[in-house]
Structures are given as structure tokens and as C-alpha cells.
Design a protein around this ligand. Structure first.
Ligand SMILES: Nc1ncnc2c1ncn2[C@@H]1O[C@H](COP(=O)(O)OP(=O)(O)OP(=O)(O)O)[C@@H](O)[C@H]1O
Length: 973
């Protein structure tokens, strides 16, 4: 039987080699050895109740003081009867203090871990004294619960009470076993007990009474104490434990009877061995490996189990009064040796430990050897000291208390005791190995299978390649044959195409020769046609000239007659002028007289005023004289008035005469206008107007009249003087201005007069009149005069310099009178003929104004516009000769649409001018694109074929053929 569980083989445990003991915190082993004095100065661990943590982290050695509780037994029946009242003890459970009377006036105070009075229940005693130790045992630590006290104070009651009658009486042993069994797994853990008695240094097995002298064994390496021969019974239920305990108690009584001794002389020891399996931590694995110096590597995949082996020792000591009497007091030493050697030895050891003595006499008794781990060892130890209430045992009580005080000073180093379960690990590893071997075999088989498959596939692939090569060879041969065949077909096609090409070339050459001959024939025919037309035109022209010359001669004759008539009118006019001059002189004289008279009257008025002023002074003296003078003056005034009236009458007569003369002059002016109109339509003055429907005879008559009038006017012009006539243009009288401007216009119609008119400032006067007048007749006649003057280059420059273009433009915009517009258009048309002034003319708005006047739609106006455009285009064409030409300003100012629109105007004068203008514009390639866009090309083509004037036709043809743009446009169609 073994006292220590790890040495026990009672239950047929496995061989020792199967387990490896792991001592944690081996560095503290020497300290924990009972053979070495232990230091008391372990500060934090000295606190009562300090326990290793449940999670096992606090698994290195931890110091733990022996905990001591005091329990006071209630008074028994005898004590209750006696007067021996226990007032020598005073318990203070709250303060955990106990006071013991020393004498009548003094108490001694002791501090304990727990104070349990007489009313403390068994349950409370268990929880306070034993439960912490039991829990510690369940966590893998050794534990000791021990009761010490005088006989009859309740040690057995506290520890070994079974509680058959009343469960509340169950003592620490029963309750501890209940807790241990409740926390142990029936499958994995094991709980076994041994129950022993020590009497006079003899260890007896209470579960096997025949074993009455068990040997105590100590492991020299670890110091563990065991009883190899002790009975160790596995316990699974509290009930079986009770039975076991009852049996053990019966054996104890029998043994004591046999040995003729008392139970109070022996120590009862209940040894509970607990084996619990717990999952090992990873760090434990490495530790295990290192400590054993083995190369064993534990797979992390295994959940390694460790076995925690702990033992709980519950010791019901013999009554201590003998110790006290024999050990402490030093008397009756022999008796002590016989009776309770072990208690004495225990007291010494505790003293030594409490006093930190270098020598602890642990080997002095079997009890101290058995309790080696409980005091100064690795177990958690809790001591309950029991005392009685009777003052008769005061000395024993004091002795017990002092024992308890000394025991409190003993410190243990509690250590976790656990081992790896290498058996199960080995089993798991073997299972793993089997599994790995099976896996390896399976993999090998798989590799072999794969290799076979690969070999098979390689052979198949080889076969496929050979087949593909054969197929490729056949296809290559076929392709080569096809290629040769195609090449041959291509060659045949090329030859055929070459033959077709040569045939086509031959055909083309023949067609070209044929076309050339047809073209030449057409040219010859065309030339002949042109020559015929030319001849015909020439003949018509000559006939016309002949007829015209005849008519001209007739007109000249009539003109001579008119001139004679005009001279007579001019003579009459001279007479009238003379008469007017005389009349004017008379008027001037009368005016002087009147002025003189007015002067006299004014002086008289002043005199009268003076007289009036002096009248007050000379009222009396001069009244008479003043009245006479006034009468004289009145008479004089009367005479003068009569004279004035007479002169007025004469003036009226003269004015009537002037009026008549003016009437005559007006008539003359009207006649002049009419004559001029006729003349302007004649061949000598073609600058203005289109052909009139007036009959030739009437025109002739009119021209004769006009010629006569002109002669008269010319005479008048010589007699009156140009300056005077021009000054009349600024007369306030509208009629005078009208007549005067008509006279000037008539004069300007004669080229011979123009120089004089210009020298006399006529252009400026006419422009001023045009600028200032709102009268349509004046503006029309003035514009006509300007138009006539604008026929020469010098005059054109003068007109332009005097801002004439702007005035004409303004007039053109302001009036809708066709005759005025005709004159204005004529004037601008004349200006258009000056190539030096083109830019300025355009800048002053001349072209746009010219085009704007087309709104009139009057044939005469349209003719003048067309003439102006033709003039402009001609000058542009002339100016650009030999220079790089920019686009025509006419095109820039948007004239093309109007030109194209009127290119076929039924009025020949309009049409002819536009045809000319188009030809001039077409001379320059720069205009070609716009001309094509405006449709002018087709007009040019038409002109080249239909124009009545040959020169224009030729010009148009030349333009068309010489323009690459026109040619390409024509080719498109
Ligand atoms: N706390 C208690 N309550 C009631 N009765 C008690 C108590 N303690 C002890 N007794 C009684 O006192 C008597 C003596 O107790 P017990 O036998 O347990 O003492 P003991 O210390 O074990 O004595 P011994 O040393 O001789 O074995 C018993 O009859 C027991 O029932």
C-alpha cells in the first residue's frame, strides 16, 4: 500500500515507466523541502486564503500559509449542570479574535483565520475550514485538513461525523468526498481512498485490519512519501464512501480494543487520491519535450491530455492534552514516548518551522514523516483547533491555542502536480501514423495510376501526330496542284485581256480620226456662218448710218431756224432786263426818299418829344407858337404820303411788268426743258435717257425749238452774266431758284459752257442746291445739270471732291421720282466711267445706291443703272490689265444677281449695257467662280450666240474659251 497516489499500485495502476512526472517550478523545490528552513518573508502569499487560480495559470509554486480556525465545542450535559461557566474564553468571530483570561483582571488576545463559536454549523465549518482545500485538490494540488485539540473537544465530530441520523451533522470527511465525487468525471477521473491509523508509531490499515504495520516509503529524488502496502479503494458514490468509512471506523474500534487502547491515543488519517484528466496547454507540450531531453515532437493536431494527481489528507489527531503535559512541559517524557510520540514530534516540527529554525525534526516520528507535505511542503493545509468551554481545561485550551498560533506561522509552497498522459498520446500518434501510412500508400497507388494513364495518353498522342502528318502531306500535295492550275488560268486570262486591249486601242484611234475631221468641218461651217452674219450686220449698220445722217441734216436745218427764234427772244429778254434795271434804279431812288422821310419823321418825333417835355415849361409862353409848327409839319407829312402812294403805284406797275417777264421766262424755261428732252434723245446727246417713243417729226420740231431756246439762253447768259445766274440758285424765291437751275442745266448741257460754269463755281452751287433743296423739280434739274457736268474727267474729280457722290446717293435714297432717279443714276453712271475714282465711288456707296434705284423699274432709270454698271466693269477691266486682279467690287457689292436677272431685259439699252458688263467681268478668272454660281455663265453663252452686237459676241466667246473655270463647268455638263 502506498501513502502517495503516484506511487500507488493498489488499483493495479500502469507501470511507472508509462508516466513522466512534471514538477512545476522546480527551482523552488529546495525551498519547499521540509529539510530546509523556509523563509517566512513571502509577502503576498502570506495572506490567508490565498489560493492558486482555477485556470491553472498560477501553476508555479505559490507560498501558502497554514490556515488555522478555532472551534469552540458547545457545553455538554455535564458542563451545563456545573457552575463552571466558560467565561474564561471570549470569542469575537467578526474580528477573528479570541480572548483568553489570564487571571481575574487580564485577558490574552489571539488572532486566527476563523473563529467558530459553539453555534457554528457543520456546514459552515466545512466551508470555512475544508472547502478551499478540497477545491485546491480538485485543481491538482495536495491538501491537508487536520484537527488538533484536547480530547473530547470535538475533533472527530468536526471531521469524521457521518451524519446518519441527521445529514446536517455530516463532518468534513463526508462533505469533502461529496464535493470531490461531484466534480470528478466517472469516465475519465478516478477517486480512491485509504483509511489509516497511527498509534505509537505503527501505521495500521483501517480498510484492511490485517495490515497493522504499514511501511512508510520516501522517494529520495522527489521527497514524496507513500505507503506502498496501504489499501486504496476506488470510490464513485458518496454512499459507498460512507460504507467504507463506517467499515474503517469499526475496524478502528476493534483494533483499539484488541490493543487495549483508546481512540484518543491514535491518529486517524483519511487519504483521498484524485486523478483528473485535463487538456494540456501548448506550452506544456514544449516544456515536456525539453525537460525530457527527448526529440519527441507532439503534433499540435492532437488534443493532449494531462493527468493531475493530487491527494487530500484528512487527519484526526489524538487528544493533545498528553502532548501538552509531556512535550511542552517537559514532564513525563517516558509516557509521552509511549503515548503520543508523533504529536510531540509534530509540535516540534511546527515550532521549528514557525521559528524558522535551520533544522526541522521531520524524521522524529511517522506522523511528521506522513505529514511532511502538509507542513512546510507543497500541500495546502488547513488546521482546525478545537477547544472546550470548561475552565477546568484552561491550561489545555491555552496549549491548543498556542499550537494553533505556531502553526499559523508555517508556510507551504503549493504546487500543481500534473503529468502528461503519454499513453493516450502514444495511442493517438500510432493512429496518426497508421492513417499517414494508409494515405501514403493511397498516394503511391494514385501516382502509379497517373503514370500509367500518362503513358497511355503519350502513345495515343504519338499516334495522332503521325496521322496528322500523313494528312498534312496529302493536303500539301493537293494544294500545290491547285496552285499550278490557278497560275495557268491566270496566264490565259491575261493573254485574253491583252488581245482585247489592243482591239480597243485600234478602235479608239479610228474614232479620234473621225472626230477630228468632223470637228474641222464644223469649225469651217461655223466660220462661214459667222462671216455671213457679219456681212449682214455690216450692211444693216451702213443702212442705218445713212438714214441717220439724212435725219441729222434735217434736224440741223430746223435747229438753225430755232436758233434765229431764240435770238429774237434773247433780244426781248435784254430789253426786259434793261427795263428791269431801270425799274430797279427807280425803286432804289424811291427807297432813298422814303428813308429820308422816315429819318425826318423820326427827328420830328424826337422834336415832338422834346417839345412835349418843354411844353410844361413853356406852356404859357410857347403854346401858340407850338400849335402853328405842328400844323406845318402835318401838311408836309401829308404831301410826302401822297408822294409815296404815287411811287407805290408805279412800283406795282413795274412789279406787274416783272411778273409778266417772269411768266415769259417760265414759259421759255418750260420750252427749253422740253426741247432738251428731245435733244437728249437724239444721237448728239446720248448721255441721258433711252429712246423715246416720240415721233421723229415731233422730235425734230422740238429740237429746232430747243436750239432756238438755247441760242436765246446763251445770249441771255452772255448778257446777264453767269455769276448772276448762279447767284439766283440761292434766291429765297423757289420759283426763281427753279428757273435759275433750269437755265444753268441748259447751259451745262452744252459742252462749250461747262468750263465757264465750273470756273464760276457752278458745281459747288449745284451741289449746294441739291443738298439744301427738298423740291423735286429743283433736285431733278440740279441732278441733271450735275450729270451733264460729270461727263468730263476733270469735273468728275471736282464733283467727287465736293462730296458729290454722297449727295447723289442720299438723293437716290430719298426720292422715288423716276425723273429725279434717272438724273441721279445718269450722274453716278458718268462717275462710274472714271477708273481713278472707282474705289472712292464704291466707298461712298455709289454702287449700292445705283443698284437700289432699280426699285423704280422705270426703263430710263434701269438704262442708266445698266450704263453705270457697264462703265464700272469696263474701268475695272481696264485698270486690271496686266495686274493681278482682285474680285470685282460690283460682285462684292452684290450686283451679280441684278445683272443676271436683267441680262435678258426687253429694253435694249438695258440689255446691251449688261451684256457689256458681263463680258468685262468675265474677262477675269478671279470673277469666274461667282459668275458660275450666279448663273452668269449661261448668260455669257447666250450672249456669245445671240447678242446683236458682233464685238460683244466675240468678246463673250473669247471669255468663255479662255477661262479654265468656265471650261471645266461646261465640261461637267
Ligand atoms: N460541536 C459539537 N456539538 C455537539 N456535540 C459535540 C460537539 N463537539 C463535540 N461534541 C460531542 O462531544 C463528545 C466528544 O467529542 P469527540 O469525540 O468528537 O471528541 P474528541 O476530541 O474526538 O475526543 P478524543 O480525542 O477522545 O477522540 C461527543 O459526544 C460529541 O458528540
Amino acid at each position: 500500500m502506498a501513502f502517495s497516489a503516484n506511487r500507488s499500485n493498489v488499483s493495479g495502476g500502469s507501470p511507472r515507466s508509462a508516466t513522466v512526472r512534471l514538477e512545476r517550478a522546480s527551482s523552488l523545490t529546495s525551498n519547499t523541502s521540509p529539510t530546509h528552513p523556509r523563509s517566512k518573508a513571502i509577502p503576498s502569499a502570506t495572506s490567508p486564503g490565498r489560493r492558486p487560480s482555477r485556470n491553472g495559470r498560477d501553476d508555479s509554486g505559490v507560498s501558502g500559509r497554514v490556515r488555522v480556525a478555532v472551534r469552540l465545542r458547545p457545553r455538554n450535559s455535564e458542563e451545563l449542570k456545573s457552575d463552571d461557566v466558560a467565561d474564561y474564553i471570549e470569542l469575537m468571530p467578526e474580528l477573528k479574535r479570541l480572548k483568553l483570561r489570564k487571571n481575574n483582571w487580564d485577558f490574552e488576545t489571539f488572532q486566527f483565520d476563523e473563529i467558530l463559536n459553539e453555534t457554528a454549523s457543520q456546514k459552515r465549518v466545512y466551508e470555512v475550514v475544508a472547502k478551499p482545500v478540497v477545491e485546491s485538490v480538485l485543481e491538482g494540488y495536495n491538501g491537508t485538513v487536520m484537527a488538533y485539540g484536547q480530547t473530547g473537544t470535538g475533533k472527530t465530530f468536526t471531521l469524521g461525523k457521518l451524519g446518519e441520523d441527521d445529514a446536517a451533522d455530516r463532518g468534513i470527511m463526508v462533505r469533502a468526498m461529496e464535493d470531490i465525487l461531484a466534480n470528478a468525471s466517472a469516465e475519465q477521473d478516478s477517486v480512491s481512498v485509504s483509511y489509516l491509523q497511527l498509534y505509537l508509531e505503527t501505521v495500521q490499515d483501517l480498510l484492511a485490519p490485517e495490515k497493522d504495520n504499514l511501511t512508510i516509503s520516501e522517494d529520495p529524488r522527489t521527497g514524496d512519501v507513500s505507503l506502498p502496502g496501504a489499501t486504496c479503494v476506488e470510490v464513485r458514490h458518496p454512499k459507498s464512501f460512507l460504507e467504507l468509512l463506517e467499515a474503517g471506523e469499526a475496524n478502528r474500534i476493534a483494533a483499539n480494543t484488541k490493543m487495549n487502547t483508546e481512540s484518543s491515543r491514535s491518529h486517524a488519517l483519511l487519504l483521498v487520491n484524485v486523478k483528473k484528466s485535463v487538456k494540456a496547454k501548448q506550452e506544456k507540450e514544449s516544456t515536456a519535450s525539453n525537460e525530457n531531453g527527448s526529440s519527441l515532437q507532439l503534433s499540435k493536431s492532437h488534443s493532449l491530455m494531462t493527468i493531475r494527481k493530487s491527494k487530500l489528507l484528512i487527519v484526526d489527531l489524538a487528544g493533545s492534552e498528553r502532548v501538552d503535559k509531556s512535550g511542552s512541559e517537559g514532564h513525563l517524557l517516558e509516557e509521552a514516548k509511549f503515548i503520543n510520540l508523533s504529536l510531540t514530534a509534530l509540535g516540534k516540527c511546527i515550532n521549528a518551522l514557525a521559528e524558522n529554525s535551520p533544522h526541522v525534526p521531520i524524521r522524529d516520528s511517522k506522523l511528521t514523516r506522513l505529514l511532511r507535505d502538509s507542513f512546510g511542503g507543497t500541500a495546502r493545509t488547513s488546521l482546525v483547533i478545537t477547544i472546550g468551554p470548561s475552565s477546568q481545561h484552561r491550561a489545555e485550551t491555552m496549549s491548543t491555542i498556542l499550537f494553533g498560533q505556531r502553526a499559523m506561522k508555517v508556510e507551504n509552497m503549493v504546487k500543481l502536480r500534473e503529468e502528461f498522459d503519454y499513453k493516450s498520446l502514444c495511442r493517438k500518434l500510432e493512429a496518426d501514423l497508421d492513417r499517414l501510412i494508409a494515405e501514403n500508400e493511397r498516394q503511391n497507388k494514385l501516382v502509379l495510376d497517373t503514370e500509367e494513364q500518362l503513358q497511355k495518353r503519350a502513345e495515343e498522342a504519338e499516334l495522332t501526330i503521325q496521322q496528322a502528318e500523313r494528312k498534312a502531306k496529302v493536303l500539301l500535295e493537293e494544294s500545290h496542284a491547285k496552285k499550278l492550275k490557278l497560275q495557268k488560268e491566270n496566264l490565259d486570262s491575261i493573254r485574253r485581256l491583252q488581245q482585247e486591249c489592243s482591239l480597243l486601242e485600234k478602235e479608239l484611234k479610228e474614232n479620234a480620226v473621225k472626230l477630228q475631221s468632223e470637228k474641222e468641218a464644223a469649225v469651217v461651217e461655223k466660220e462661214m456662218q459667222i462671216q455671213n452674219e457679219r456681212a449682214k450686220k455690216q450692211q444693216e449698220k451702213e443702212e442705218y448710218i445713212e438714214e441717220y445722217q439724212h435725219k441729222l441734216e434735217e434736224l440741223n436745218k430746223k435747229f438753225e431756224a430755232e436758233r434765229a427764234e431764240r435770238e429774237s427772244i434773247e433780244r426781248r429778254l435784254q430789253e426786259i432786263e434793261d427795263c428791269m434795271e431801270g425799274q430797279n434804279k427807280l425803286e432804289l431812288d424811291d427807297q432813298e426818299n422814303l428813308n429820308e422821310l422816315a429819318k425826318k419823321m423820326e427827328e420830328e418825333s424826337h422834336s415832338r418829344e422834346r417839345a412835349t417835355r418843354e411844353l410844361g415849361e413853356w406852356k404859357l409862353q410857347g403854346a401858340f407858337i407850338a400849335s402853328n409848327e405842328t400844323a406845318g409839319l402835318k401838311d408836309e407829312v401829308k404831301l410826302l404820303k401822297q408822294e409815296i402812294e404815287e411811287q407805290c403805284k408805279q412800283k406795282e406797275v413795274l412789279e406787274k411788268e416783272v411778273k409778266d417777264l417772269k411768266q415769259q421766262m417760265l414759259q421759255l424755261s418750260y420750252d427749253t426743258d422740253e426741247t432738251r428732252k428731245v435733244l437728249e434723245k437724239g444721237p448728239t446727246r446720248v448721255s441721258l435717257g433711252a429712246e423715246s417713243p416720240m415721233s421723229l417729226s415731233k422730235a425734230h420740231h422740238m429740237r429746232e425749238t430747243v436750239n432756238g431756246q438755247r441760242a436765246t439762253i446763251a445770249k441771255l447768259f452772255e448778257q446777264v452774266g453767269l455769276h448772276k445766274i448762279l447767284s439766283l440758285l440761292e434766291s429765297e424765291d423757289v420759283d426763281v431758284r427753279v428757273h435759275a437751275v433750269k437755265v444753268v442745266a441748259n447751259l451745262a448741257a452744252e459742252e462749250s459752257n461747262q468750263e465757264k460754269i465750273v470756273e464760276s463755281g457752278g458745281i459747288v452751287s449745284l451741289l449746294r442746291l441739291l443738298d439744301s433743296s427738298q423740291d423735286d423739280i429743283i433736285r431733278r434739274v440740279a441732278a441733271g445739270a450735275i450729270a451733264n457736268l460729270a461727263m468730263t474727267e476733270t469735273n468728275q474729280e471736282l464733283i467727287m471732291a465736293q462730296n458729290g457722290t454722297r449727295l447723289l446717293v442720299r438723293t437716290a435714297n430719298e426720292t422715288d421720282d423716276p425723273q429725279t432717279l434717272r438724273m441721279v443714276a445718269g450722274a453716278i453712271a458718268n462717275l462710274c466711267g472714271n477708273e481713278k475714282l472707282q474705289a472712292r465711288l464704291r466707298e461712298d456707296g455709289g454702287i449700292i445706291a445705283l443698284l437700289g434705284m432699280a426699285r423704280s423699274r422705270h426703263p430710263d432709270v434701269l438704262a442708266q443703272i445698266a450704263r453705270g454698271i457697264a462703265n464700272f466693269a469696263k474701268c475695272e477691266s481696264r485698270a486690271a490689265r496686266g495686274q493681278k486682279r482682285e474680285k470685282s467690287l460690283l460682285i462684292e457689292d452684290g450686283a451679280l444677281p441684278w445683272i443676271v436677272e436683267n441680262a435678258t431685259n426687253e429694253i435694249s439699252a438695258v440689255r446691251r449695257h449688261i451684256e457689256l458688263a458681263l463680258c468685262h467681268l468675265a474677262q477675269h478668272e478671279v470673277n469666274a467662280v461667282d459668275l458660275i454660281a450666279a448663273g452668269a455663265l449661261w448668260e455669257l453663252v447666250r450672249i456669245s450666240k445671240e447678242c446683236s452686237r458682233e464685238d460683244i459676241r466675240i468678246l463673250a466667246t473669247k471669255n468663255i474659251t479662255s477661262s479654265s473655270s468656265f471650261q471645266s463647268e461646261l465640261k461637267k455638263l
